[in-house]
Design a protein around this ligand. Structure first.
Ligand code: FES
Length: 170
């Protein structure tokens, strides 16, 4: 509890606002961003601890379903890190990711999900400072947006569909 919350709770008897921090799932390419995250750790660059990193051999391996699964299981945002254009070890995996990313953001936006919740960054193995910057920036952005609560939203969508189906068959 921060001092302001303590003071507010002590002064008014009102319980403090529940502490919430965004959950970020990060898919990092083994050859660049994952190594950069390692470098950030070794260099003791502090970044927000609320990120769970998943290592893949290339950003092109990130299936849009992975992103949807992460969001549907409670993540508030997803970060994808890949090699800079022209540097992909599998030639054009990162370009494939870029195309999927653009389509997915459009689809998420149609679903009422803020596009800022999914972010793609090119981060080379030497850019440990960029890992720190991007994660901290994304964490602050998601904190401002608030919880996504996709599992809760999905229940609402299911209820709407059920109501529509019942109305059709009534
Ligand atoms: S190998 Fe890094 S994005 Fe393809």
């Amino acid at each position: 509890m921060n001092p302001t919350d303590k003071a507010a709770a002590a002064g008014t008897g009102t319980p403090p606002a529940a502490e919430w921090t965004p959950r970020i799932v990060a898919f990092f390419c083994n050859w660049c961003t994952y190594t950069a995250a390692d470098l950030a750790g070794v260099s003791r660059l502090k970044y927000s601890p609320n990120v769970r990193v998943i290592r893949l051999m290339c950003s092109g391996r990130v299936d849009p379903q992975f992103i949807l699964d992460a969001l549907s299981k409670g993540a508030d945002g997803v970060l994808i890190g890949g090699c800079h254009p022209g540097d992909c070890h599998y030639v054009e995996g990162n370009y494939k990711m870029l195309r999927r990313f653009r389509l997915l953001r459009r689809m998420l936006s149609d679903m009422g999900i803020e596009p800022e919740r999914v972010r793609l960054e090119w981060i080379s193995a030497a850019e440990g400072d960029k890992v720190k910057l991007v994660i901290n920036e994304m964490s602050a952005q998601l904190s401002a947006l608030g919880p996504l609560n996709l599992p809760g939203k999905a229940k609402g969508w299911d209820a709407e569909l059920t109501a529509e189906r019942e109305a059709v068959h009534a």
